[in-house]
Design a protein. Structure first.
Length: 340
């Protein structure tokens, strides 16, 4: 990674600044007594200190006199996920797939906090862990768990409520806002920060998995990859699978065979008859998607690396330099029309 692993996206600060100003908090003094500069730069991939951001969130909660400040901040975010999270939702078949993808993405971008998806009995849990000492983090944790609950409800409807929420924090004077947002009163003073959903709910298809929407997405993917609309080859089907499977972390021959109900040998033989291979299709799909993301989106390089199935930004940078002749960071500094 090219930045300190205790850093997080400056988008967190930008969103918090907007919310604080909207409720009349004075953000001009937010760096008073701090050694870290929280001013985000203009670069897409700018990052800030997670420790400083968490401390700022606690300070603003005190200034506002709001024990549920972290929750209210999250509710101020746009209802539609943005950036890489929008891509994750678009390419996820179920809420469980989306949660697992988000967990992988967070693992790529920061070590300041981690999110794990685990299944215990009939409940699928999203567990937040903090390997670094971030100091008091009540509002940050409240906000992260609230974001999961809010997004789940937006994706699956108002009936999608967690079966249980555990928080390490002490119980606030009023739990009214917690009940309203989570649909249940969290258990406070627990030894973990986690939110659990019934696995049957998590297995429900997301709207993007609707058959007609899937066909639309598939057509878009084919056009994006420069494939002919009327081309009905097996390699096209495999390419469409790879395009979605890269960000799900399962773009492998084994998963492709399970998807199409064929053996590895049959997959390899059929693709060879069409003059290609699974490895070649994966490389070509990554290359074409990289061109698209760099030329037509404002996604960060880290987000693009994730969507292309890389676990390290450096691996994506090396591959993209081979494909495009220049490092992605160099291409991003050029006018969009120069990126072909």
């Amino acid at each position: 990674m090219t930045f300190r692993r205790t850093m997080i996206s400056a988008a967190y600060l930008q969103a918090l600044t907007r919310y604080a100003i909207s409720i009349g908090l004075d953000m001009s003094a937010r760096q008073t007594g701090r050694d870290l500069d929280l001013q985000p730069g203009e670069e897409i991939d700018e990052h800030i200190s997670c420790v400083a951001f968490v401390a700022l969130l606690e300070e603003l909660a005190r200034m506002a006199g709001d024990e549920a400040f972290g929750i209210h901040f999250i509710e101020s975010l746009p209802p539609r996920p943005a950036g890489v999270f929008n891509h994750i939702i678009f390419n996820s078949r179920t809420l469980q797939d989306a949660f697992q993808a988000i967990s992988r993405f967070l693992g790529l971008v920061t070590d300041a906090f981690q999110m794990r998806y685990v299944e215990l009995g009939h409940v699928g849990w999203l567990v937040f862990e903090f390997p670094f000492d971030l100091g008091p983090r009540t509002q940050f944790v409240d906000g992260q768990l609230a974001l999961i609950a809010v997004r789940a409800r937006q994706l699956l409807g108002g009936d999608c409520a967690p079966v249980q929420v555990d928080l390490e924090r002490a119980q606030p004077a009023s739990t009214k806002e917690y009940r309203r947002v989570f649909g249940t009163i969290p258990l406070f003073g627990q030894n973990a920060n986690r939110i659990g959903f019934d696995r049957a709910v998590l297995a429900q298809p997301l709207p993007a998995a609707d058959h007609q929407l899937f066909l639309t997405a598939q057509l878009y993917g084919s056009q994006l990859l420069g494939l002919a609309k009327d081309e009905r080859t097996f390699s096209l089907q495999v390419t469409n699978f790879i395009a979605g499977a890269l960000q799900r972390g399962n773009a492998s021959e084994a998963h492709a065979c399970a998807e199409f109900g064929v053996t590895v040998r049959t997959l390899q033989r059929t693709l060879a008859a069409e003059g290609t291979s699974f490895k070649m299709l994966t490389e070509e799909t990554r290359m074409r998607l990289a061109r698209h993301y760099l030329n037509n989106t404002d996604l960060s390089l880290t987000a693009i690396a994730f969507l292309l199935g890389y676990s390290e930004l450096s691996a994506f940078s090396r591959a993209a330099k081979n494909w495009l002749g220049e490092a992605p960071s160099t291409l991003r500094k050029k006018p969009r029309s120069d990126v072909t």
